[in-house]
Design a protein around this ligand. Sequence first.
Ligand code: FE
Length: 199
Amino acid sequence: MDLEALFKISHGVYLTGAKDTTGRFVGSCIDSVMVVETTPQQVIVSMNNASYTMENVLRTQELTLSVLPYDTPLELIDLFGTHTSRDTNKWSQTKHNLFHDLPVYQNAVAYMFLKVKETTLTSGHHVFLCDVVDGQSGTMANPLLYADYQAKKTAHKIQKHWKCSVCGYIYDGEIPFENLPDDWVCPLCNQPKSVFIEE
Ligand code: FE
């Protein structure tokens, strides 16, 4: 199976918002949302079984969804996507508004309040069929598509480079810096590979 084939199915990037048992806001970054009915309004949201936010959605049966804009900082997606709300207070570090007493991203293209109607379990996810109780359009920006996000992440990595901390030379050879031989030296100041820093 070529997993790339699945990634060609267009979808967006979203933040979820929910409340844990202490009343603290929790949230995650997800990419699996699909509109299945417009009358009445229903969406399907798929959330990872390991997600603390998922646990709280399962418990409270409600959540918010923020549709991220094209220019969303990668750091925000990283905060919501790779950290857990179990020990990180993501919403306190993020500009947000309250919608039905739950947080939504301030720059969201659209945001909505969902109530879970049915839950299906797959091997790794809880799949929630939700009623869209309320929804609003936000900023005028285009929504961020998952494919755009992947492209931005790749471009961001390429922009990173290795710099000689002694003379400031920036390595721009074709061989990845990591693969250069151990005895390679800076072409300007002859210092060893070890003085180079990634930035
Ligand atoms: Fe140097």
